[in-house]
Design a protein around this ligand. Structure first.
Ligand code: NAD
Length: 494
């Protein structure tokens, strides 16, 4: 457990000074939202950040209008302008990494080292998609009769992209959408979560100062009403949503009602399959850190179910419990802290209630509550449930908190059946020293992202997509770029 020092307190106070007070950034200018005042507090100690008025549906309408006016010039400026501008945004993120990371830590409690790594990673996405801006290409298939007809494809941007993001990794979520959408020649209206809006607003201001023309990135920090308006707005060409399944369904329905395309990056309940040929101590520790300690378990693709082969099961659980006692829980501005608070008091109470219900329903056996968390703020320690029934609520529902469901398996087929036995399909993990088995199992997992003996760091040049209830559409790589472009097939009679 870590207690606040003068240095960490002043880091928090510095972040409070940085936090933008206006919750809308539209047309290159900050503005107050037209909605109700909201008080923001830091999750680690509930100290006040600010009170400010939220953006509303009316602010979304204004931002869409601004974006529509700005976009044609951005598209006609050409690929090299977009490439150079996006390289400038990547540079500005790197230059301001300390401030942007401090805002992430302040608004949602991620430990400062992880926030910095996340912000630098966001810069990588801007660099990558800067390079994609001038690689836009169509195709010219062979048609018959040859020499009498030419067919080719042309890609054009949608115009205005509506981007809705959650609070759990705000700068990464922003980069996954804003970088490819801008590179493809669109303007963006971004609605960050009303829980963690400050890093997005600050980024929009910095991007504008770094040369992104006014109106191309507009941020409206509001609640579900603002998000709903963005999804239904007739002049938003495509909606890219990251968040929970409930809101995702509402966004998809609103987009479907006007026949607009939608990209949905939704929830997950991903499984790690641990075979008995691993280094037990190391893999047990990694399973705990990746599934429950990292971002306090608040990640869509974290391995929150751990399936362990019979012969190492008892030892593995013991090692996880031992590792949980070593976790440093506390003030996220302290660089020594590995686990910060969960995002707010409502989340803490919801997760604790889930743990209590899992105990009383005997979904599994609570074997560890880890180290004692600080009593101030929204802290929790990792809860490890052994002998979890794979069909139980604990093993089937996304908790979005530091709660691990550990189950036992005997055969490879059984492990795969358990891993595939949820409605989600976001990620999967395989731990083994048998290369052939690693590939065999990876290809049978029904998930959009599989990691073997570790966790993928979301490289921008790789695709990130969900299967099943984790949602349609992809981010990253070439396909994450072409998602933001329409295709036209042109036939020329020669
Ligand atoms: P959430 O669904 O509550 O909110 C996400 C965003 O949608 C917020 O900006 C919110 O204001 C907005 N919103 C809420 N209701 C809406 C509505 N009816 N119409 C339009 N917008 C609406 O999710 P959250 O609590 O912010 O984030 C946690 C969830 O996000 C988890 O389920 C997690 O798995 C998911 N997530 C998925 C990915 C992924 O890439 N698949 C990444 C991160 C988080």
């Amino acid at each position: 457990m870590s207690t606040p020092t003068t240095a960490t307190t002043s880091a928090r106070e510095h972040a409070v000074q940085l936090a933008p007070r206006a919750l809308v950034f539209s047309g290159g200018r900050p503005a107050d939202g037209a909605g109700a005042p909201r008080s923001f507090t830091h999750p680690a100690d509930r100290s006040p950040i600010t009170t400010a008025t939220l953006g509303t549906a009316a602010d979304i309408d204004e931002a869409v209008k601004t974006a529509r006016l700005a976009q044609p010039e951005w598209w006609s400026a050409g690929p090299s302008t977009r490439r150079e501008t996006l390289l400038g945004l990547a540079a500005t993120i790197r230059e301001h990494v300390a401030d942007l990371a401090a805002l992430v830590t302040l608004e949602m409690g991620m430990p400062i080292r992880a926030s910095k790594a996340g912000v630098l990673h966001a810069a990588e996405w801007f660099s990558y998609y800067a390079g994609m801006a001038d690689k836009l290409r169509g195709s010219a298939p062979a048609v018959s009769p040859p020499g009498r007809m030419l067919n080719f494809t042309e890609h054009t941007p949608y115009g205005v992209v509506g981007a809705i993001i959650p609070w759990n990794g705000p700068m990464i979520a922003l980069a996954l959408k804003v970088a490819p959408a801008l590179a493809a020649g669109n303007a963006v209206v971004l609605k960050p979560s009303e829980i963690a809006p400050f890093s997005s607003l600050q980024f929009a201001e910095l991007a504008h100062q770094a040369g992104l023309p006014a109106g191309l990135l507009n941020v409206v920090a509001g609640g579900a009403d603002a998000g709903a308006r963005l999804a239904e707005h007739p002049e938003v060409g495509i909606v890219s949503f990251t968040g929970g399944n409930l809101a995702g369904r509402a966004v998809a329905a609103a987009a479907a009602a006007r026949h607009a395309p939608v990209i949905l990056e939704l929830g997950g309940k991903s499984a790690s399959i641990v075979f008995d040929d691993v280094d037990v101590k190391r893999t047990a520790k990694m399973s705990l850190l990746l599934g429950a300690v990292q971002n306090s378990g608040q990640g869509c693709f974290l391995p929150t179910r751990v399936l362990v082969q019979d012969s190492i099961y008892e030892e593995f659980v013991e090692q996880m419990v031992a590792a949980a006692t070593q976790v440093v829980i506390g003030n996220p501005f302290d660089p020594a802290v590995t686990m910060g608070p969960v995002v707010n008091e409502a989340a803490r109470a919801r997760i604790q209630a889930f743990v209590d219900r899992s105990v009383s329903d005997q979904d599994g056996r609570l074997v560890s509550h880890g180290a004692q968390p600080p009593s101030t703020g929204s802290h929790l320690s990792p809860a490890i449930f052994a002998d979890t029934d794979p069909q139980s609520t604990l093993a089937q529902e996304e908790v979005f908190g530091p709660v691990l469901a550990v189950s036992r398996f005997t055969t490879e087929d059984e492990a795969i059946a358990i891993a595939n036995g949820t409605r989600f399909g976001l990620a999967g993990y395989v731990w083994t020293s048998d290369l052939a088995r690693a590939h065999r199992v990876a290809s049978r997992l029904e998930a959009g992202n599989v990691s073997i003996n570790g966790m993928s760091a979301l490289p921008p040049n790789a695709e990130f997509a969900g299967w099943h209830a984790s949602g349609p559409g992809s981010e990253g790589g070439e396909s994450g770029f072409y998602e933001f472009l329409r295709t036209k097939s042109i036939n020329v009679q020669l």
